[in-house]
Design a binder for this molecule. Sequence first.
Ligand code: S3P
Length: 171
Amino acid sequence: QIHQVFPYNMVFIGFMGSGKSTIGRYLAEISGYNYYDVDTMIEQQAGQSVQEIFSIHGEKHFRSLEREVVERLRTVDHAVIACGGGVVLDAANVSHLKEKGKFIWLKAAPETVYERLKHQNNRPLIKDKNFDDIKNLLKSREGLYGAVADYEVATDGKLISDIGHDIMNMI
Ligand code: S3P
């Protein structure tokens, strides 16, 4: 029913571990929107995991696959799109996703990101899971997320359902 009141795709942006996939899936479920996960689409297209793509072909190749996937998403409607944390580094991606979507920035403190990712091994850009590296990369990305965001939501210490309801009330 939400697509009658919110005539845009919901595009989730933000740092690794900010909850884009989790919140995106949750909102797709409660809104009836279709769910698209950019990283998953890249993995399906490549037949390889994100880590494999980075380690075998390098980040540049990953970014070109990412661009192709985002271009395909230009045509989707009634969609919840969970981006990878680096999607908005590319201005072309931003303009493609903005054609039909509003950007919802899920904000998380470096401490939160660290806690959420410390036992995971699927983030090649922070594979050492060093707190200072996470903090610095997050800091370097924040201005960009803020510049393109239509909405901002804090996620630290909050339940998925509460974040979901915050978003539903905001949009
Ligand atoms: C990246 C974030 C990852 C994934 C890749 C690069 C980034 O996605 O696309 O490892 O540059 O921030 P998540 O934000 O879903 O972890």
